[in-house]
Ligand binder design. Structure first.
Ligand SMILES: [Zn+2]
Length: 346
C-alpha cells in the first residue's frame, strides 16, 4: 500500500476488523456483481469506495427515469440517453475511485454464459431481480465452488444471505426444500407490482457489501452465517440460522438444472408490462438494423452505440447487439415472439 492509499482508506484501516492487512487483501481482491439495479448500484458504490481491486459489473438493462429513485449510481442524463446500466455504472464508479479496475459488461446471464462470466472471480454478488436468474447464479457458484451473496428487496422489506458452497445453506436448500422459508422474497411480488423503498434497498445492499468486505479482506471468521431480513417501514429486523437441506439438489446432489436445459430462446418477464426475448444464436448489427427499420414511416427509430429502440404502436422494442430484445407493452410471450419474428427475423 502506498502513502496515498493509506490516507485514502485510513478510516477503514483504523477499524480493527479490517486493519492494514485487511485493506492490503482488499486492494488485491476482485468480485463480480450480477445485476446493477437498485441493490447492485448501492453495493458497487460501497465496495468501490472501500477499495477492492477489481469489479466486474454485469447488467442486461438500460437506465430509465423510474430507476433514479433508488439506483444510486445513475443520473437523469443516463436515463435520457438510455445508457446501458453496465456502461453508466462503469463510468460513474471509475470517477468515484480511479484506483479500482471497473469493467461493465452488457449481457444477460444465461445458462450458456453464466459460468464463463463469473468464473475467475472469488466472490459473486447478487444484484438480480428474479428467482430464475438467482437459481442459475446459485448453480454456477456451487458448481465453481465460489461464495455468493444473495440479496433481494421489495416494498419496505429486504433479505440477504451469504452462501459458501459446501459450508452453508444454499439458495436451492431454502427455496426447493421441504420447508419453504421466508427467503423466497419476491417470488410473487416484484418491485414493478409492489414498489420498493430506496431505504429498504440501501439497508440490505449495505449488509451485503459488509459481508463482501469480510470475504475480500480475508476475514471469513467474521461472517455471521445468518439469513438477515428487515422491514424498514415496520421497524422489524430478523436474523435466523438457516439449515442445509441434506437432500439439496444443488449443494448436495450437484444437479445443476438451471445450468442445463438450454434448447429454446429464453423468454422472461422483464418488469411490469415487458417481455424479454433472448435468441442466443443471433447477433445484430444495430447500424444495419436501424437503416432497415428507418424505411418504415411509423417506426420512430432511435439508437445509441449500445441499443436500438423503435415503436410499433402500442409496443416499443429495444434491441441489443447480443440478440436480445425487450418488448414493452405486453406481458404475453406469444405477442413478443411474433413481434420479434416480424421485425428482427425468425
Ligand atoms: Zn443447497
Amino acid at each position: 500500500m502506498n502513502r496515498d492509499q493509506f490516507e485514502k482508506y485510513s478510516r477503514q484501516i483504523l477499524f480493527a476488523g479490517v486493519g492494514e492487512s485487511g485493506q492490503e487483501r482488499l486492494l488485491a481482491s476482485s468480485a463480480v456483481l450480477v445485476g446493477c439495479g437498485a441493490l447492485g448500484t448501492v453495493a458497487a458504490n460501497l465496495l468501490v469506495r472501500a477499495g477492492l481491486g477489481r469489479l466486474r459489473v454485469i447488467d442486461r438493462d438500460f437506465v430509465e427515469a423510474s430507476n433514479l429513485q433508488r439506483q444510486s449510481l445513475f443520473e437523469e442524463a443516463d436515463a435520457r440517453e438510455s445508457l446501458p446500466k453496465a456502461v453508466a455504472a462503469e463510468r460513474r464508479l471509475r470517477a468515484i475511485n480511479s484506483g479500482v479496475q471497473v469493467e461493465g459488461v452488457v449481457a444477460d446471464l444465461t445458462p450458456t454464459n453464466a459460468r464463463e462470466l463469473v468464473a475467475s472471480y472469488p466472490l459473486i454478488l447478487d444484484g438480480t431481480d428474479n428467482f430464475e436468474t438467482r437459481l442459475l447464479l446459485n448453480d454456477a457458484a456451487i458448481s465453481l465452488g465460489v461464495p455468493w451473496i444473495y440479496a433481494a428487496a421489495v416494498g419496505s422489506y429486504g433479505v440477504t444471505l451469504t452462501i459458501r458452497p459446501g459450508e452453508t445453506v444454499c439458495l436451492a436448500c431454502l427455496l426447493e426444500g421441504d420447508e419453504k422459508s421466508g427467503a423466497a422474497l419476491g417470488a410473487e411480488a416484484t418491485c414493478d407490482t409492489a414498489g420498493v423503498l430506496n431505504s429498504a434497498v440501501s439497508v440490505i445492499a449495505s449488509i451485503q457489501a459488509t459481508e463482501a468486505l469480510k470475504i475480500l479482506a480475508g476475514k471469513p471468521e467474521a461472517l455471521h452465517g445468518r439469513l438477515i431480513s428487515c422491514d424498514v417501514w415496520a421497524g422489524r429486523f430478523q436474523s435466523v440460522r438457516a439449515e442445509r437441506n441434506p437432500r439439496c439438489r444443488a449443494c448436495v446432489r450437484r444437479e445443476f438444472d438451471y445450468l442445463e436445459g438450454e434448447a429454446q430462446p429464453h423468454i422472461t418477464m422483464c418488469g411490469r408490462d415487458s417481455v424479454q426475448i433472448h435468441e442466443r444464436s443471433r447477433k445484430f448489427d444495430l447500424g444495419d438494423l436501424g437503416r432497415r427499420l428507418a424505411t418504415s414511416p411509423s417506426a420512430d427509430v432511435r439508437n445509441n452505440r449500445f441499443l436500438l429502440r423503435f415503436r410499433v404502436p402500442p409496443y416499443e422494442m429495444t434491441v441489443f447487439a447480443d440478440g436480445r430484445a425487450i418488448v414493452k407493452g405486453t406481458t404475453d410471450p406469444a405477442v413478443a415472439r411474433s413481434l420479434y419474428a416480424r421485425y428482427l427475423g425468425a
